[in-house]
Design a protein around this ligand. Structure first.
Ligand code: MSP
Length: 510
């Protein structure tokens, strides 16, 4: 089956921070997991370069918007390999192919009768690139998100007949209860629809930084439509000479809650208007907070992902983001929280389990994983290894990234307990002494089961922490990167030495 997953495309008016890395990490975990399941995967990310937010930021710096875009887009592009994101393409909305395709699709929407010319008057936030309704306004006519004072704007522009999609959207939501998740976000979208939809601007007359409206080149296409269309246009030119649209569309979109309205309402309506299938699903995540506030450049409370990665590695950052904050909800992150999870969970729970297992195979079995039967004791129960891959897959089908990680971690703990309970070092002593046969066979079983358990968990964790899982699987003599159940791999493979996966690091709070 094909699986197409996307991140929002990032505004180039600021430099990347952890909030941006977060959506990319989440989408990457899904992409990697689906590849391990053997799906045909396409993972897209990129930058949103037109419109008012970028034009204004450039003006402040006294440079051309294109120069600002060219300066900052590479920062986002470079972020991807740094956080181990395995995106198949990186789109920039200033790509000429994107621009041409946007014009083609917008023209089609126009020709299909969904566009008209009209006058708009309303409160406009240039940072959101969006008009606000009276009820959304903060005190003193301010933007509820950016807290800046808004101007009332009146302009003639082209409109998209969003109002005519009220009923089709209600039907879509009724027919597909999992179209938007988690549930509270779906309800939010639905109640927005039920309040009644108004037509929306499709163009901006006063702006020059954008894609010209094909039938009225004095105006540019409203940046949100230009941006949303990236999900479709990218498939038409990501592979030269090949159009991937048939193969991959519709997409699974991962988005933050601040851009819900555009993705869950405007976007499906626009797709229907243009004659495309609506997205397969959307998952809406919450915000990473620092000291109780959304991490954002304008508030100045950002954690620099480059710095964290420099010290702790990308895997630790990826793990922390999904472990600390329940995916779908808001949650606080902090340097101290990060360091403590690194120490207790990554270094102690997982890193130690891996190195102990390998060290015991080395010491007691000359570095060869013994042949054996998986210990049924370790397979069964709610925290057993039997069927864990199915449980995780089911959760990841719904993008429940934190719950899936918890399922895995429960087994990491279970394996640690298993070591304490079976005491392989005592079995080794007994083997050398009075009852060699029984103790020897039991030790074979325990070591085999541990290696199998670690293998299954390393594969499942590979989506979250690809670098360390790769190293561990290599050390275990396991070439395959496909999920396979506990006990499905025989023994006999030679293991290799493995330096600590999560070495001790001098921390600020230690
Ligand atoms: N350019 C638009 C998206 C267009 S998609 C067709 C945009 N860009 S953004 O750079 O402002 O945000 C990109 C993503 O980063 C959004 O999903 C947003 O929710 C996410 N985050 C930015 N700060 C965040 C946090 N502090 N925490 C979690 N994610 C947040 O919106």
């Amino acid at each position: 089956m094909s699986y197409y997953v996307t991140t929002p495309i990032y505004y180039v008016n600021a430099e990347p921070h952890l909030g941006h890395a977060y959506t990319a990490i989440a989408a990457d975990i899904l992409a990697r997991h689906m590849r391990e399941r053997g799906e045909d995967v396409f993972f897209l990310t990129g930058t949103d370069e037109h419109g008012e937010p970028v034009a204004q930021a450039a003006e402040k710096l006294g440079i051309d918007p294109r120069e600002l875009a060219d300066r900052n887009a590479p920062r986002f592009k470079e972020l991807m390999p740094k956080i181990n994101a395995s995106n198949d393409f990186f789109i920039r909305t200033t790509d000429p192919e994107h621009e041409a395709k946007v014009q083609e699709i917008v023209q089609r929407v126009h020709d299909n009768g969904h566009v008209y010319e009209g006058v708009y008057e309303g409160w406009y936030c240039p940072r959101c690139a969006d008009f606000k309704t009276e009820s959304e306004l903060g005190e003193g006519n301010t933007c509820p998100i950016h807290k800046i004072k808004l101007d009332r704007e009146r302009e003639e522009n082209w409109f998209f007949r969003l109002s005519t999609f009220q009923e089709p959207l209600e039907r879509l939501y009724a027919d597909r209860p999992d179209f938007v998740s988690p549930g509270p976000r779906r309800n939010e979208a639905l109640s927005f629809i039920r309040q009644g939809l108004e037509d929306v601007s499709l163009s901006r007359p006063k702006l020059t930084w954008g894609v010209p409206v094909p039938w009225d080149p004095g105006q540019v296409i409203y940046v949100w439509f230009d941006a949303l269309l990236n999900y479709v246009t990218a498939l038409s030119y990501a592979r030269p000479g090949e159009d991937l649209t048939e193969r991959f569309w519709p997409a699974f979109h991962i988005i933050g809650k601040d851009i819900l309205k555009f993705h869950t309402i405007y976007w499906p309506a626009f797709l229907i208007a243009a004659g495309y299938e609506v997205p397969r699903r959307l998952f809406v995540h919450g915000f990473l907070l620092m000291e109780g506030h959304k991490m954002s450049k304008s508030l100045g409370n950002v954690l620099d992902p480059f710095e964290v990665i420099e010290r702790f590695g990308a895997d630790a950052l990826r793990f922390y983001c999904l472990r600390e904050v329940s995916f779908g909800q808001d949650g606080s992150v902090s340097a101290a929280g990060f360091e403590s999870r690194y120490e207790t969970e990554l270094a102690n729970d997982w890193g130690n389990l891996a190195s102990r297992t390998l060290a015991m195979v080395e010491r007691y079995r000359d570095g060869v994983v013994p042949e054996g039967e998986p210990d049924p004791e370790l397979g069964r129960g709610d925290d057993g290894l039997d069927g864990v891959e199915g449980r995780v897959a089911e959760l990841l089908d719904r993008a429940e990234l934190t719950q899936a990680l918890e399922e895995i971690w429960t087994r990491v703990r279970r394996l640690n307990r298993y070591v304490e309970e079976t005491r392989p070092w005592d079995l080794a002593k007994q083997e050398a002494a009075e009852s060699p046969l029984d103790a020897g066979a039991r030790l074979d079983q325990v070591l085999y089961s541990l290696c199998e358990g670690v293998r299954v968990l390393a594969l499942l964790l590979g989506a979250y922490m690809p670098e360390t899982s790769d190293r561990l699987l290599d050390a275990l003599g396991e070439p395959a990167r496909r999920l396979a159940p506990f006990g499905s791999r025989g023994g006999g493979q030679a293991i290799e030495k493995l330096p600590p996966l999560f070495p001790k690091i001098e921390t600020a709070t230690a």
